[in-house]
Design a protein around this ligand. Structure first.
Ligand code: ASP
Ligand code: MG
Length: 399
């Protein structure tokens, strides 16, 4: 029998009733013969509520103290779950990140896991205990409590699975990964499996089912991750390396959209590498993340450049730009949706972009910017065209 690491998200442990339910499920799994480690998130909206408390003190809480505060949410659910398990007659023990040597580096609020003391976990498992771990938290070299970023308990779970060479199961409030967000397209199909790379692209593009770093980690160590519901027998989705592409597999696995960006166009830039690198250098010095970029062909040594940035960075970006160019040269387009199609099948199938642009043209969907990777095509389109574009493309590619 193997070791399994199960993670339960905030909605699965939102109430005492739900915690008892999780304890029952976990207990049964243990009885079936597996060694079980459970990673929990904070109950329901606890993390948001704690942030709100901090903000009642100050708009900019000290980062070390904020981590100390936020980490308490997961400690509550971990100890309650261990208590529930014990009251049902199971041998269980809860641990904080400190107790299992979950060492992190980097900044407070977005720390990275460096290593875990696997021996401690293994010893408790050998003693027959169900081990419950507080997710989302770590400890840095100074011995201070850190957190891994919002949604970070997925990453705690995968890291523990890597360390113990265990199976990893993520239980959330959705029954798996869909080809398209079912709120945007009601006929969206649930995927029985998806490749790590595809899942990474989709989650960085707005599909918010999983913490992106958990998938990077799973891919690096080739640990398959199951995502689904704990409360039913409905089959979820397995994230893993998909290699045996058969003839019938589709070029496109999924589609994602995001309304979180804004496009900026800077006109009349002298066409030389210094002025272009000066422009992007100034923006990146403020840690503003630029995504899509396009440049017009030079006319009389002058080009126009358009790019997208997160909406939240617009003001700061405009103030940098107004230092380097005249106001008349700047325009903002807030009415954009990033529309992306993703599939490892694109590596071996040609004509995918052609099919998409043909449909966009036939349906009067204007494409403002385009970027691609080996397994992804992203277009910036008008937000008002989003639902139409989703429907047309989902139907075309059978999503
Ligand atoms: N409780 C944390 C959050 O709400 C971590 C997690 O849920 O994974 O972001
Ligand atoms: Mg989550």
């Amino acid at each position: 029998m193997g070791i399994v690491v199960q993670k339960y998200g905030g909605s699965s442990v939102a109430t005492i009733e739900k915690i008892k339910k999780v304890a029952e499920t976990v207990g049964k799994r243990k009885e079936s013969g597996d060694s079980v480690v459970v990673v929990v998130s904070a109950m329901g909206d606890t993390t948001d509520d704690l942030i709100e408390l901090a903000n009642q003190i100050t708009e900019y809480p000290d980062k070390r103290e904020l981590d100390a505060l936020l980490s308490t949410g997961e400690m509550i659910s971990a100890s309650l779950l261990a208590m529930a398990l014990k009251s049902m007659g199971y041998d269980a023990i809860s641990y904080t990140a400190y107790q299992i040597g979950m060492r992190t580096t980097g900044q407070h609020g977005k720390s990275l896991i460096e290593d875990i003391d696997g021996e401690k976990l293994r010893k408790s498992l050998t003693e027959g205990k169900i081990v419950v771990v507080a997710g989302f938290q770590g400890v840095n070299d100074e011995g201070d409590i850190t957190t891994l970023g919002r949604g970070g308990s997925d990453t705690s779970a995968v890291a523990i699975a890597v360390k113990l060479d265990a199976q990893c199961e993520i239980y959330t409030d959705v029954d798996g990964i869909y080809s398209v967000d079912p709120r945007l397209y009601k006929n969206a199909k649930k995927l029985s499996e998806i490749d790590y790379e595809e899942m990474l692209e989709l989650s960085s593009l707005g599909a918010q089912v999983m913490h992106s770093r958990s998938i990077e980690l799973a891919q690096k160590y080739n640990i398959p991750v199951y995502v689904g519901l704990s409360t039913s027998n409905i089959k979820g989705t397995l994230i893993r390396e998909v290699t045996n592409m058969n003839m019938e597999s589709k070029p496109i696995t999924g589609l994602a959209t995001s309304d979180d960006d804004v496009a900026i166009t800077v006109k009349n830039i002298p066409y030389n590498i210094n002025s272009i690198s000066n422009l992007f250098g100034k923006i990146s010095s403020k840690r503003i993340n630029i995504d899509m970029i396009s440049q017009t062909a030079p006319i009389d040594g002058i080009v126009n450049i358009s790019f997208t940035i997160p909406k939240g960075d617009l003001n700061e970006c405009m103030s940098i730009l107004s230092e380097i160019t005249d106001k008349d040269n700047l325009s903002i387009d807030e009415d954009i949706t990033k529309f992306s199609i993703v599939g490892i099948g694109m590596k071996t199938t040609s004509g995918v972009a052609g099919r998409m642009f043909k449909l966009f043209a036939e349906n009067n969907i204007e494409v403002k910017l385009i970027t691609t990777s080996e397994i992804r095509i992203t277009c910036a389109i008008k937000t008002q065209d989003k639902l139409r574009a989703v429907k047309i493309i989902a139907e075309e590619f059978g999503l």
